[in-house]
Design a protein around this ligand. Structure first.
Ligand code: AMP
Ligand code: ZN
Length: 198
């Protein structure tokens, strides 16, 4: 079985399931990109968002319900999460990401990781749902748009700070988590430092 089938393999293991219903399951992301990162997958063999049509809208609603359930079961707050799909998924089997907005995690290792969750490469659940309702399918982004989004600067998801590299962004994200109130002041000075550095 190829690496891209790892999620299919994972949902066959009862011990991997955090929550399950008759048609979908929730597992923990093995390489979490934030403090809390879950994946919601249907049991039906739907390879990706590109295999969806209007008939799948009730299934999407079930995935969304399980996303809400896992956040509740874990005692976390729904408003602290981004919930959506990758515009260009890498793993087989449709999966809804439920990822906390802190993005503090050792598995967040490169610019691709950041931009795939924090640009249009991440399609919020509601956006995908409406697209499917209107158009009856999900279209692929063009290669040039994908490349453009991957190359975007590292812009913080919680303020206007633009980091010069990933370690700087990660440090900044930890500061948001530890002291959310002080971040505005820090951001102004950080951006000045970044723009004046060679
Ligand atoms: P995507 O880019 O949308 O296809 O995301 C695939 C996700 O699956 C990534 O967030 C990976 O960290 C995660 N992942 C890869 N292998 C496994 C695994 N064996 N179990 C759980 N999650 C995994
Ligand atoms: Zn910030």
């Amino acid at each position: 079985m190829s690496w891209s089938n790892a999620l299919v393999k994972e949902i066959l293991k009862p011990e991997s399931l955090i929550i399950s219903s008759e048609i979908a399951v929730v597992i923990a992301d093995k390489f979490p990109k934030a403090r809390h990162h879950y994946l919601v997958l249907p049991l039906a063999d739907i390879p990706s968002i590109f295999h969806l049509n209007r008939s799948h809208l009730p299934l999407l609603e079930e995935l969304h319900l399980l996303a809400r359930n896992v956040v509740e079961v874990k005692g976390l707050h729904w408003q602290d999460f981004n919930v959506g799909f990758h515009a260009e998924p890498s793993m087989q089997r449709l999966h809804l990401h439920v990822v906390s907005r802190d993005f503090v995690s050792p598995s967040l290792k490169n610019k691709k990781h950041w931009n795939s969750f924090n640009t249009e490469l991440f399609v919020p659940y509601t956006k995908l749902y409406s697209q499917l309702e209107k158009e009856n399918s999900i279209s692929r982004l063009s290669k040039s748009l994908k490349d453009e989004l991957l190359a975007k600067p590292l812009i913080c998801n919680q303020c206007e700070f633009v980091a010069k590299n990933l370690p700087t962004l990660k440090e900044h994200l930890v500061a948001h988590l530890q002291d959310p109130k002080s971040i505005r002041k820090r951001t102004t000075s950080e951006n000045k430092r970044t723009s004046s550095s060679p």
